[in-house]
Design a binder for this molecule. Structure first.
Ligand SMILES: [Zn+2]
Length: 448
């Protein structure tokens, strides 16, 4: 790879010294991404076979499930065998996570990731700490014409805590990165963030699409510009064409979309031609009809996605709830990763409070994965709390960090108790005539 800047050279030198596995893995990923036809297909099938065998040998859940489906020895001999395997459902993750996990791998190699919580039982998965998956992000940034060592700005939920921020900054030095935790945006935050952006000259902005659109709204409303930006990389929810057009106008650079889910990161990403490519060498996609039959290319169906790499917690033919269409055409950008149509699934909006605070809905999407369709409605909230019409969706309140900036699900029983009238101090009923009750929690965040 040609190194253009000192910043880039320092970044890769540091990785060579302290994370050599990331560079090795990057080479392998790039090599695989260039494979054609038979060789690519053979690599993908060998990974499918390996992950099924790994699941069979090390996970009581899969062995039981696959044996019941007629698999005798944990070995798939063809793609047709693979396509016969029963899908993995969200309920399976909820009920059997402890049996899915590969116990032969030391617990220290697992990184817990939970999503959801609307039913009180979050979906739990583990990722493999040894896999330097952030390298896929390096590839994505390069695809957009930048480099991961470029100065960047972030608008997401997970940011380095202020206690570790200096370490994070030192690790990345001389690359400058500025963050804003967007789980709750308070009045004045945008202005302060904009000033930091101006100081750090980010070449790209990455984060939740709703949050970035809010920021664009702020800039547009105040006739401000961020001239250093070369592209914007949105995540967490589909990007509508109207939002894209608005943001491209404000930021004066291209805006791209990435597709992923909390259970499996880095599923797909747009290229410079704004076509969505999925990373087939590490994630296997199938579109199926309601009966579970595989659909041909160009037909829209439910996505079954297989993480071809995660041996710690195998996710095989996982139905994540999104609908996709795998396309048979090639993209003019030259990438060999296959194309999918715009993902149909989650959309979000911003929740605004009368005091001027707002919560971009992006990160709330997974919380409602399991809520009955059409039953999730915000019934009330304030900068310190947010509650929903349906007790099934439980209550959410802000806790801890950054002066009460992170929304966490409150224990559903607590919320139900409150609904049942056993309200304790600090909670008030803002009942509106003829409408569902609204419960707001007053005062600061505090733990739960
Ligand atoms: Zn392309």
């Amino acid at each position: 790879m040609k190194m253009n800047s000192l910043q880039q050279k320092i970044f890769y030198l540091k990785n060579r010294l302290f994370r050599p596995q990331s560079l090795r893995w990057e080479q392998e990923f790039l090599h695989d991404s260039e494979l054609d036809g038979e060789a690519r297909s053979a690599l993908i099938f060998s990974r499918m076979r390996h992950i099924v065998r790994c699941a069979w040998e090390n996970s009581a859940f899969y062995r039981r499930k696959y044996r019941a489906a007629g698999l005798e020895d944990g070995i798939i001999r063809s793609r047709a065998d693979f396509e016969q395997l029963p899908p993995l459902e969200k309920d399976d993750l909820r009920n059997y996570a402890d049996e899915i996990v590969n116990n032969t791998i030391p617990a220290g190699r697992r990184r817990l990731s939970t999503t959801g919580g609307s039913t009180g039982i979050p979906v739990k998965v583990y990722h493999d700490r040894r896999l330097p998956l952030d390298v896929v992000g390096w590839h994505v940034v390069r695809m957009f014409g930048g480099d991961i060592s470029d100065n960047a700005a972030f608008l997401a939920r997970y940011n380095p805590h202020k206690s570790v921020l200096p370490v994070n900054q030192l690790m990345w030095f001389p690359t400058r990165r500025c963050f804003l935790d967007v789980s709750l945006i308070r009045p004045g935050d945008w202005e302060e963030y904009y000033r930091r952006c101006l100081k750090n000259s980010p070449r790209y902005l990455q984060g939740y699409v709703g949050a970035i659109e809010e920021f664009a709204g702020f800039l547009s409303g105040h006739s401000l510009r961020l001239p250093s930006l070369r592209f914007v990389w949105t995540t967490a929810a589909p990007l509508s064409e109207s939002s894209r057009a608005f943001m491209e106008n404000v930021f004066n650079c291209p805006v791209y979309s990435q597709y992923g889910c909390c259970e499996i990161f880095h599923l797909a990403c747009e290229c410079v031609d704004k076509e969505m490519h999925y990373f087939d060498t590490i994630r296997h996609f199938e579109a199926v009809d309601p009966a579970g039959r595989l659909l041909p290319e160009n037909q829209s169906g439910e996505l079954l996605v297989t993480d071809l790499l995660n041996e710690v917690f195998p996710l095989i033919r996982y139905r994540n709830g999104d609908r996709i269409r795998i396309l048979d055409r090639k993209c003019s950008c030259g990438s060999k990763f296959p194309l999918i149509d715009k993902v149909q699934g989650r959309t979000t909006d911003v929740i605004r409070f009368p005091d001027g605070s707002c919560v971009p809905g992006d990160f709330l999407t997974t919380i409602f994965d399991h809520a009955p369709r059409g039953r999730t409605a915000v019934s009330g909230g304030s900068a310190s709390g947010l509650f929903f019409d349906d007790p099934l969706c439980s209550g959410f309140r802000t806790v801890g960090r950054r002066g009460g900036g992170v929304l966490r699900p409150a224990a559903p029983e607590i919320f139900r108790n409150r609904v049942a009238g056993q309200r304790r101090g600090g909670v008030r009923n803002c009942q509106r005539p003829g409408k569902n009750p609204v419960y707001c929690e007053r005062g600061g965040g505090g733990g739960q």
